[in-house]
Design a protein around this ligand. Structure first.
Ligand SMILES: NC(=O)c1ccc[n+]([C@@H]2O[C@H](COP(=O)([O-])OP(=O)(O)OC[C@H]3O[C@@H](n4cnc5c(N)ncnc54)[C@H](O)[C@@H]3O)[C@@H](O)[C@H]2O)c1
Length: 392
C-alpha cells in the first residue's frame, strides 16, 4: 500500500473540512488509492496550529508554511488559507514537487491565478497534480445531471439558471472579516460563492463566452473582526466595535452566453435571509429539464418532454448506490450524504489522480479560467456592457 504524507496550511473552516475528507477517504473508499499520514499542520496563529495538531491527529504543527513546502517528506500540500496567501504557497509547493489542493477561488488576483496556472502547467508533465477545490460539481446528483446531458437525454441545452444564495452576512453587525477585504479576498460574493456556480454551470453547459452584470454592495460598513478564523456571521459585534468600510461586492447578478449558444443567468448573494446554502441549477433542454438544490443535495429533479402530456412534470430521483460514488458512500438511497462526504469524494478523486498521474478537470488552469469569468463579471458591472471572457 502506498502512503502519502499530508501538510495542511490554514486550520479554520476549510482546514477542518480537508481533514474530514482526508481521514474519511479510506473509510468510505476501499481499497483506497493510497493511505494518508497527517504529517504537519500550519496556521499563522500558534494557538490554532497547536490545537489543530491534536484535534486532527497531525504529527507536528508550525506557524510558517515554508516548513511544510520545504519538508522533503511531504507529498501533498493542502491550502486552506484566505485567498491572498494561495499563490505564493501553491507555486512554491509545485516547484518543490508536491501535489497541491488549493481552496477556491484560486487566488485574490488574476495575476496570481495566472502564476499558479503556469506553475501547474510546467509541472504537470512530471505527474504533479493540482486541484482547485470546486467540490460541488462532485455532488452525485450533479454528476447524474451531467450524465443525462452527455447521453443526450435533455436534447440541446437552451437555458441555464443558477443561484448561490446565503444569509450569513445579511445582518450589518456580522463582522468585517477577511472575506470583506479586497486586499485579502480579492473580491466578495463573486469569488467566494459565485465562482462555485460558474464552475457547475460550465461543467454542465460548456464554457461561458460573454457576461453582462450588475454588482452591488448594500452593507458598506461593518464592525471589524481582528484576525482569527472568519466566524461567518455566527458572532455579531456591537455599535461600540471599530467599524471599517467594505470594499467588495455583496451581490452580483449576471446574464451569460455560453460558447455553444445556450444562455443563462447566475446570481449570488450572502444577504438573502432564509437562504442558507441555496445553490440551485435549473437547466432546460429541447428534450427535458433538470432542477437541483444543494439544500436537498441527494435529489435531482428531472422532467422529460417524451412523457405523455397528462403525466409530464418534474419527478425526483434520490441518489444512492446506483449513482456516482454511491457504491462507496452509503448503500441505501435516502441514507444520504452531506458536506463531509462531499469533501471525502473530492479527496478520493485527488488521491486517485496522484496515484494514476491523470490530471483532474478542475486543475489550476481551470481555476484560472473561472477567475477570468469572475473578473469579467466585475468588469461588466463597471462598463454596463456585455464583456467577453478573455482567453488569457
Ligand atoms: N470549497 C468550499 O466550499 C469553501 C468553503 C469555505 C471556504 N473556502 C475557501 O477556503 C479558504 C479558507 O477559508 P476558511 O473559511 O477556512 O477561512 P477561515 O477564516 O475559517 O480559516 C483560515 C485560517 O487560515 C489561517 N491563516 C491565515 N493566513 C495564513 C497563512 N499565511 N499561513 C497559515 N495560516 C494562515 C488563519 O489563522 C485561519 O485559521 C478560502 O480560500 C475560502 O474561499 C472554500
Amino acid at each position: 500500500m502506498k502512503y502519502l504524507n499530508v501538510g495542511l496550511i490554514g486550520a479554520g473552516f476549510m482546514g477542518k473540512a480537508h481533514c474530514v475528507g482526508f481521514s474519511n477517504m479510506p473509510k468510505l473508499f476501499w481499497p483506497a488509492p493510497a493511505m494518508l499520514k497527517m504529517k504537519t499542520i500550519c496556521d499563522i496563529e500558534k494557538d490554532i496550529a497547536e490545537e489543530a495538531k491534536i484535534r486532527f491527529s497531525f504529527e507536528k504543527c508550525c506557524t510558517d508554511w515554508r516548513d511544510i513546502v520545504n519538508d522533503p517528506e511531504i507529498d501533498i500540500v493542502s491550502i486552506c488559507t484566505p485567498n491572498n496567501a494561495h499563490a505564493d504557497i501553491a507555486v512554491a509547493a509545485l516547484e518543490a514537487g508536491k501535489h497541491v489542493i488549493c481552496e477556491k477561488p484560486i487566488a485574490s488576483s488574476l495575476e496570481d491565478a495566472k502564476r499558479m496556472a503556469e506553475a501547474a502547467a510546467k509541472t504537470k508533465d512530471q505527474g504533479i497534480i493540482s486541484l482547485c477545490a470546486y467540490q460541488y460539481r462532485d455532488v452525485p446528483a450533479i454528476v447524474l445531471a451531467k450524465k443525462f446531458i452527455n447521453e443526450g437525454s435533455l436534447g440541446k441545452i437552451l437555458n441555464v439558471r443558477c443561484t448561490y444564495l446565503q444569509s450569513w452576512s445579511a445582518d450589518p453587525d456580522s463582522p468585517l472579516s477577511w472575506r470583506f477585504q479586497k486586499e485579502i479576498a480579492g473580491s466578495g460574493t463573486i469569488g467566494d460563492i459565485g465562482s462555485h456556480v460558474i464552475d457547475i454551470a460550465q461543467y454542465l453547459a460548456g464554457d461561458i463566452k460573454e457576461v453582462v452584470s450588475t454588482v452591488n454592495t448594500y452593507i458598506d460598513n461593518r464592525p471589524v473582526q481582528e484576525g482569527g478564523v472568519d466566524l461567518l456571521g455566527t458572532v455579531k459585534l456591537g455599535a461600540d466595535a471599530k467599524h471599517e468600510d467594505v470594499d467588495v461586492d455583496d451581490e452580483n447578478l449576471f446574464l451569460v452566453k455560453f460558447e455553444n449558444g445556450a444562455v443563462g443567468s447566475i446570481e449570488a448573494t450572502r444577504n438573502a435571509w432564509g437562504r442558507n446554502n441555496f445553490i440551485t441549477i435549473e437547466l432546460h433542454g429541447t428534450a427535458g429539464s433538470i432542477y437541483f438544490n444543494y439544500e436537498r443535495l441527494n435529489e435531482l429533479q428531472v422532467c422529460w418532454a417524451s412523457d405523455p402530456d397528462d403525466r409530464r412534470g418534474f419527478k425526483t430521483i434520490y441518489t444512492g448506490p446506483a449513482h456516482f460514488y454511491g457504491d462507496a458512500t452509503w448503500n441505501i438511497p435516502g441514507m444520504n450524504i452531506g458536506y463531509g462526504e462531499l469533501k471525502t469524494i473530492e479527496m478520493f478523486d485527488f488521491v486517485k489522480a496522484i496515484v494514476s498521474g491523470e490530471q483532474l478537470p478542475t486543475n489550476f488552469e481551470r481555476g484560472y479560467q473561472i477567475e477570468r469569468v469572475c473578473d469579467t463579471v466585475l468588469k461588466s458591472a463597471k462598463t454596463g456592457q456585455w464583456e467577453t471572457v478573455t482567453e488569457e
